[in-house]
Design a protein around this ligand. Structure first.
Ligand code: GLU
Length: 484
């Protein structure tokens, strides 16, 4: 006798369900047959063309979309339901885009007008989440590229957060504290109505650190009459922030690099590293690299690169950049033996590991050729989209391990999600515990990307793996929610 006897009474509802399912499967199989390989390719090209046509002049956004969408061809082939329900087309269109005027007065009483942005890109996995960038280059195309990247990055962390980005074409450089405060207050006076711990949770990015977040949070608290800690992340640990958030992007990047080296049977011990930038991401990447026995010989800011062959002195760097907000070339006053170069000359310095941690498109094909010729083994992105598509292609061809920002710099936003958890439970974790959680997340992100790249026939291609894993997580939620 069978262990699983058939039920003697036929469940009519179940039978109806099976018939409906069969009909759906038939339709589905028909769809697979119909959507042949060249069709998928043509469709992907069409999606990219439409994005370019409907978002004119937003070249960084076009670049970010092309990089992701072109890599999804094998996913559409394996899971045609994503094509059937137009998941990619929907993901490429932000759920909401807010643009607003930010008027403020400088210390002399002169009035200035900046433009503020917030793009809520996708909320399938959680409230909108992503930083604010204050920089003169900010316009809608930059905010959209960053928001688009954030959707996949946040999904990769495995935390319940959607993707967003915002900012303003305001330059905090050279402004007094009082001017920065007035700007932040004006910015938040418009933005507050779109935020909330269950709606949209901004954080920092270039030009927005603890000082700016303090002014933004203060204004939010004042005009909403609520102490809603979880509405912003990257806060100071003195008033609701998480320990490790400051270090998280840089530390997380180095944990990711450690994993990339581990699968190649190597470690960071004794490796020569070059890190671009000297902001929050770069400084804490340098710190963790040094803690793990690597030698970091160079970093940069927008007007110089410093090459210190004996290894950078991190204490001096932190004092100059974090405390005194000075230019990097002043490092030479403390270390006259170091060399001052043009920022782009940084990539000419021979190294084993190169970590672009400054800004988008800072590492181009020519830099990639030089790095390869100098024997560089690994490039991982601490910034968002710092490597041009042509440079990435060259690195892949030369078998240089390449860690894309979506995965490699996900530690910052992952720790923001840990900050949200602490705020929701009115708790504050220790440094050690929080760092352990960050490390576990980065290992998982690495392994998920690695496994997906292997599954889809491109072992070691982390860029492909990251796009596939991030996309599938968002796509599954969107499928479940229907056409919204
Ligand atoms: N701006 C950071 C990023 O690019 C952090 C965002 C956040 O913590 O929300 O991921």
């Amino acid at each position: 006798m069978s262990d699983f006897p058939l039920p003697s009474i036929i469940d009519r509802d179940a039978l109806q369900g099976c018939r409906a399912l069969d009909a759906a499967n038939l339709g589905f199989l028909f769809f697979i047959g119909w959507l042949t390989v060249p069709d998928i390719r043509a469709r992907i090209e069409q999606i990219i063309e439409d994005v370019i046509r409907r978002n004119r002049g937003e070249v960084e956004f076009h670049q970010a979309v092309r990089e992701v969408v072109e890599s999804l061809e094998p996913v559409l082939r394996k899971y045609p339901q994503y094509a059937e329900h137009k998941i990619i087309e929907r993901i490429c269109e932000p759920e909401r885009q807010i643009i607003f005027r930010v008027p403020w007065q400088d210390d002399r009483g002169e009035v200035h007008i900046n433009r503020g942005f917030r793009v809520g890109f996708n909320s399938a996995l959680g409230p909108y989440k992503g930083g604010l960038r204050f920089h003169p280059t900010v316009y809608l195309g930059i905010v959209k590229f960053l928001g688009f990247e954030q959707v996949f990055k946040n999904a990769l962390t495995g935390m319940p957060i959607g993707g967003a980005k915002g900012g303003a074409d305001f330059d905090p450089k050279g402004k007094s504290d009082a001017e920065v405060m007035r700007f932040c207050q004006s910015f938040m006076t418009e933005l507050y109505r779109h935020l909330g711990e269950y709606t949209d949770v901004p954080a920092g990015d270039i030009g927005v650190g603890t000082r700016e977040l303090g002014y933004l949070f203060g204004q939010y608290k004042r005009i909403t009459n609520r102490y809603e800690s979880g509405v912003l992340t990257g806060k100071s640990p003195h008033w609701g922030g998480s320990l490790v958030r400051r270090e998280a992007t840089g530390y997380g990047l180095v944990y990711f690099v450690e994993e990339m080296l581990r699968v190649r049977g190597e470690t960071l011990e004794g490796k020569t590293c070059v890190v671009s930038g000297s902001g929050n991401v770069a400084l804490y990447a340098i710190q963790k690299l040094q803690m793990l026995g690597a030698k970091v010989v160079a970093c940069s800011d927008s007007d110089a690169a410093i090459y210190h062959k004996e290894g950078l002195d991190l204490e001096t760097l932190k004092q100059l950049k974090e405390v005194e907000r000075r230019r990097l070339r002043d490092y030479l006053q403390f270390h006259p033996s170091a060399k001052c170069l043009q920022p782009k000359e940084l990539w000419n310095i021979p190294c084993d590991v190169a970590l672009p941690c400054a800004t988008q498109n800072e590492l181009d094909a020519e830099h990639a050729r030089t790095l390869i010729a100098n024997g560089c083994k690994l490039v991982a992105e601490g910034a968002n989209m710092p490597t041009t598509p042509a440079a990435i292609r060259l690195l892949h061809e030369a078998k240089v391990a390449f860690g894309p920002g979506k995965a490699a710099n996900a530690g910052g936003v992952a720790t923001s999600a840990l900050e949200m958890q602490q705020n929701a439970s009115r708790d504050a974790w220790t440094f050690e515990y929080t760092e352990r959680r960050l490390q576990e997340i980065m290992r998982r992100v690495h392994n998920d990307c690695f496994a997906a790249a292997e599954e889809f026939g491109h072992p070691g291609n982390y860029a492909l793996g990251a796009n596939i894993v991030g996309f599938r997580r968002v796509a599954e939620a969107m499928l479940a929610f229907g056409v919204i």
